[in-house]
Structure formats: C-alpha cells, structure tokens
Design a binder for this molecule. Sequence first.
Ligand SMILES: C[S@@+](CC[C@H](N)C(=O)[O-])C[C@H]1O[C@@H](n2cnc3c(N)ncnc32)[C@H](O)[C@@H]1O
Length: 820
Amino acid sequence: MKMMTTKKVMTNSTQEHAYVPEHINYALVEDTRPPMYKAMKYWGRKPHNIWSDYITHYCPADGVVLDPFMGSGISTFESLRAGRKIISTDLNPLSAFVVEVLSSKFDKEKFKSAVKSISDAIETDKIYCRHYKRKVNDETLTVYNYIWNKGKVSLVRYKTAEAEGVSIPVDEEDLKKAIEMESINMPYWYPTDKFPQTPSINNNFIQKIGGTTFDYLWTRRNLYILSKIFDLIQKSEESVRLFLMYAFIHTLHLVCKMVVPRGKTGNRDFSGSWGRADYMIRNRSMEQNPLVVFQRSCFDKQGVEKAMLDANKKLPKKKKLNYIDNRHKKLNSSSDINYGVVDIADLGDYVKENSIDFIITDPPYGGLVQYMDLSLVWLVWLKHFDIRFTPDATGEITYKKNITSRSTYKRKLVLAFRNMYKVLKPNHYMVVTFHNQDIKEWNDFVAAISEAGFAFEKVTHQYNKRSGESNVANPYGTTGSDFYIRCKKAEGVAGQSDKMDLNRFVIQRTKALLIERSEPTPFTFILNGLLPDMLQAGYLQPDAPAEEIKKILAPETGEGKTFFVTSNEKDKAGDYYWFNNPASFINHRNIPLNDRVETTIKALMRRKISVRYDDIVAEIFREYPNGLTPDMQGIRKVVAKYANPSSGKWKLKDEVEMECTIHTYQICTLCKMAKKASFEPFVGRREQHEHVDSNTLLVSYSAYKDLGDVLDDYDELQLSRISMMDCVWIKDRKIETVFEVENSTNFIDAIGRASNIDSKKRKFMVIPERREEELKNQDPLFIESFKENTWLYLTFEDVRRLASSHSLSIEDIISVSKSL
Ligand SMILES: C[S@@+](CC[C@H](N)C(=O)[O-])C[C@H]1O[C@@H](n2cnc3c(N)ncnc32)[C@H](O)[C@@H]1O
C-alpha cells in the first residue's frame, strides 16, 4: 500500500492549503476481504483495499476523512489503519454498533467461555431439546434444520458420526412438534414492534408469516431460543457482551423464515442464506437451529472470533473514539474516530464548514436497497440492547413507491451533497461511488453532485472482483462494478455552455472508442466508456443511459450505416457493435485491443517471471482504463498462454522464456551494431529489464532509459508508443532508424508502433528464417502498409553476418535487407 502521496502547495489567491495528490485515474484490483469485514451482513460493501488507496492518495497524513454514509464501516477502519482521522456516520444505528464492536479489545478465552455457558444453558433447555435433539439408534443427535415447503415442514436434517448430513422426511412426531411450538410459553423478552408502512413489507408477506409484528419473522421455537440467548447475552460479563451481541446479530437473519437452502455443493445444503435484499417468503424455506448458527457466527471462518482477532491485529492499539448523535453533537477533534447516528441533512450541526480534507462515500442510489427497512430485522433487538441504537428512518434518502416521492428523494440527495460541499475544504476532493447495477439512477445521482457545486474531475469504471472473476454467468461488470466519481470543491467552476449536441457526442465517442479498441465490442464496454466521458463533458440529460445511448446509436446502425450489431450469445455483456466498413476507420496503427493486451501481459510475465494474478489485472486496468478495459476471461486466457499456475502465482512458461532469450539476444546484437555504425541505441522500455546474462540487463546497452530525454520532435503519446519499439537508433537527438524483432509475435503490432515515426524513415523487421514465408503471405493491406512505411526485413542470419563485420552503416543493412 502506498502511503502519503499528497503534497501541500500554497495557492496564491487564497493562501488556502491545496493538496495536489497523485491521482488515481484507473481501476484498482480488489483484494480478498479480510476476516474483520466478514462477520456482518450489509448490502453494497465496498472493497477495503481500494478505499484505503483512495484515502492515502487524497487525504494528507494529518487530515480528516468524512464518510456520512458509512454503512458497514469500511471507510472508518481503513482511515484508522492509514493513520487518518475519520468522521463516519450513518442514519442506520447498526453502523455505530459495528464501529464499537470492531474497535474494542477482544479477549478470546473470555469470549469462548461465555459462548460455552450460553451453549450449555441452551443445550439443556427442555424446549430446545424437544425441537432440536433427536434420538437415532440410541444416539442423541442435533437437528441442524427443518425444510419447509409451501408452509408445511417436510424434511428434517441432522448429522451422525458416519454421515456428514442426513436428510429425511419428517415423521408424525415432527409434525406434532411443528403444531405444538405455537403454544410455547415465552418467558424472555422478544421484539413485538409493528412492521412499518413500507412497500418492502407487503400483504402477501404478512399473510405468509402470519402476523404484523417482527416476532413473526421467526418460528415460535426459534423465537424462544433466540430470546433466551439474547437474555443470556444481556446477563453476561460486560467485557464480552458486545461480541456476543455481534454474533447474535449475525444469527438473526440466518434463522428467520426468509432463509432459503443453499445449493448442494459441499455440505452447504446444511446452511441457508437471506440471499436477496427483500422481505419475501419463498416456497421452500429453511428453519435453521439458532444455537448451531449462533456458534457458527462465533467461531466459523466468517465468525466473530476471527473478525475480532483480525481487527485487534490490524487496527492501532490506542485509538480514541467519540460517539455523536442528536443528543451528543460535539465532535472531538482529538479523537481518531468521531462516529454515530447522524442524518446527513443535519451534517452542519456537527461538522464545521471547510474543515474536511477528503470525503469518500457510497450514498444510496434510488430505492434499490431499502437499508433501514431491511436492517430492522436486527435493529428491533439491538435497540433493546442499547437504547442509542433505536432507529429513526425519517430522513432516509430513498425512494419508496407511494410513500416517498421521487422528487423528495432528489431533493434530499442534492441537500446531502450540498452539506458535503460545505464541510469540505476548498480545492479538496470527494470520491463518490456509483453502482453500475443501478444505472437508471445515474442521472439523478450525478445531477445532485453537480447541483451541489462540485466539479467532476474523473470517473473511473471500477471492476468488482466477485462479479469479474467468479461470476461466470455475468463476468462483465454489468451487475457488479462501480463508477468512482472524483469531484473537486473548486469554486467558480466554468459553466459548460459550448457543448456539442448529445447525439453527435455519443456517436463520435462510440466511434472513437471502437477505433481505440479496434475490435467488435459488446455494448456494456461502450457504456462503461461513454458514461465517464459524458459526465466529464457535462451531459446529464439521459434518463436511462443504457437505453438512451442505444436509441442515439440506432439511426447510425444497420446496413450501409456506420455501425452494425451482432447478437452476443456468449455472455451478458450485450450485443457487439462494430463498423460496417472497418477499413475506413481502422488502419494498421490500430492494433486490436486483445493483441495489445496480450503484448502487455507477455511483457509483464517476461519482466517479473512470477506474478500474482491480481497484479496482472492491476497492470491491465492501469494501461486500459474505462471503455478500454478488456474482458476478464480474455485476460485469464492470455495469462494461461504464457504462464503456468504455481503456488498462488503465475510463472512464465519455459518455452516463452526461451523465446525471450532469443528476442533479448537479437536486441542486444542490434545495440552493438548501432555502436559500430556510430549511433546511439535505445532499448524498448519493456525489454530494458530483461537479462542478457545473469549479471547484465539489456538496459545497460541502451544509451538512454527514457526517449523523452533525447527526442524533441514528439509529443508524450507518440513517445510512449515509440518507447515500445525493440531498438531505436538515434543520432543528434533524432531517430535514424528502428528495428522490431518478431520471433513469434504478430507482425502488425510492429507496424502500429512505428506508425508514430515519419513514414519515410527506414524501418527494419528482424525475423527468424522460418517466418519468411509467413511474412510474405500477409494480407494485401498489410503488405501495402509495410511498403508505404518504408519497412524492410532481415533474417536472424542476416543480422549475425552484419554484426560480425568491423564497420557498419545503414546502407550496409539496407543492402542485405529485403522488401515484400
Ligand atoms: C450504499 S450504503 C453504504 C454502504 C457502505 N459503503 C459499506 O461499504 O457498507 C448507503 C448508506 O446510506 C445510509 N443512509 C441513507 N439515508 C441516509 C441519511 N439521510 N443520512 C445518513 N445516512 C443515510 C444507509 O443507511 C446506508 O447505510
């Protein structure tokens, strides 16, 4: 992780400290979530390492970060880890609870023994034994769960010493228990709050669960066991109570009537989940044993013990916390974390104007996830545990049919961004995430940011690992990726008056994107490239961007038009868009994106020999941002072509290494020849770090490391392309000639790279003898380009002979070279 990458400068006019960070202009790679973030369910959790990178880049070391929609607290803990102070708040009290749990000191032994005494008390409880113990062949076994089908209990599941899982139809006794449980006497407290008026909880749901209060979310026997565990937690020693409650929270939703059995992989049919963010009873549901789930929530891989040990290890030992809410509004500037239950509408009551160094936040998008409604499953218990955690959803920024109008939602969102704008220091940054799945909300969302006065600086399409890597059905980020919108509190931002008409803009950018990619491109990639561009150019009009963009492209699509569309049967990334007549847009300098990506991956493998897959993806994100990001499966295929997986890394294949050696040897020879011919050789940037022998790198043959130090006639983009050529010969600060060694790679790439050099300059392609026929048989367009750009070719044998002569000139080389 990079630490402090910002520096202070004084602006002349205001004497205000402005920070000039090293910007993040490309997607980053998501790391595996560490245990401390796993012991809790929350919707839309953000990748911790990426947030950490943003925090260290955009908040100075002595600065303060703000996240007023903190959710599960990623920003809180990552700021703390990065040594920054943080103000992290949310309307949902669950967030404050999480902060308190994870920042508390954890005693493993005390926790274990507290869980044991709770377990013992439940194990010997008569009602528990009646419903969750079962005698099988004289052995008393624990029932793990009951499966319900259309309101009737149908299967019972337990484990035996021999079998990992036994699933049998219920018998008379089980049916009797299911009826009998309705009259269980309830001696312990349990929540009886009424369901709020909300579309999340509809009549159909109420009918299915049989009542209008929260206790109906659980079967009577589960409610009994839960209420007893809760009672025991409240009576337990103070030093472990928070952690037990954390495990209890994680248990609640997993033992309610909304749980569905998971697929049958591994022993997963012995666990269920509350998979979708809604209140719904499916036909098939799973009634899980609350004690078993509570114990798992304590000690499993995703349990509290692991989370706490991890949090105690990762977070600084000494930290000062200050809780705030509408009864305690005072921030403490010496606290590391100021956290609490705050409606963003009241942010100004807590945080001073112009006092925040960096805002990173993930606001709600429309009404897609009803955070407060859903969290009530936990909060109805949590508020009884601690009155501070009593929810008040009045200010929630959400859209609910027939309850909160769309315009109220928009107003609240604008106000939220205005409040953030006020508290941010001038010239400082805010990074806001937007979830790609909620694309319909895009327009309101970015309009609210803009109305608040922020200037958009950069939008990065950020791939999400889980969707990109493991969700094979939809690996393209249509569901799982985010936009990271970087804005600045820049006062007096110029208006965007001279905008091009939107239709023209979309068509032009789509053309440019296809030219850049140089290959048929699925619609999702076009959208991912267009949205950031549109936002930066000030186009906020379209109501539903995806559909709107398709509509704009439609008149330009079809026979005889600019684009044509072919359906995509392979995945869900959308239909392919491509030019009807590619040759009128694409020339040889535009190497198809896939080929460029292949070159990058190969070069990286050659440079590093052994690389983590995530590092390869990171390099690709950096070089090919937004609309240029290639598909993830393509990346994996190319990696597998050049490398073998071995102990968690990818290692360069021997044959590739062999080929590298030949390639390196040829470049080295060309450098020696340059010196004989009185030129200064430059070795391509990618090859510079290849080994000529165990002690020497190819760079030691290069007169310059950076072409920018010697060439004056080229702009930065041209220089970066030319720097990718294998060997450039220079004299008097000018390029004399260039060489590309094509031992096995695509000939077209060379032509593309050299297209930034004057077409009249002599260029040489160096190939092994075995490839002569292949070169001669390239398509006519290639041959034409080869000749037009003054290319000649030499074989390895030609180079060997030239290298052995005492003196050398470009004419000598031309005399042995051949044309096509
Ligand atoms: C997309 S979530 C944030 C998730 C978070 N980034 C994480 O990693 O867990 C949006 C959050 O906004 C909160 N929220 C909604 N309306 C709010 C308001 N008026 N004031 C403060 N927070 C609000 C919700 O409770 C929810 O936690």
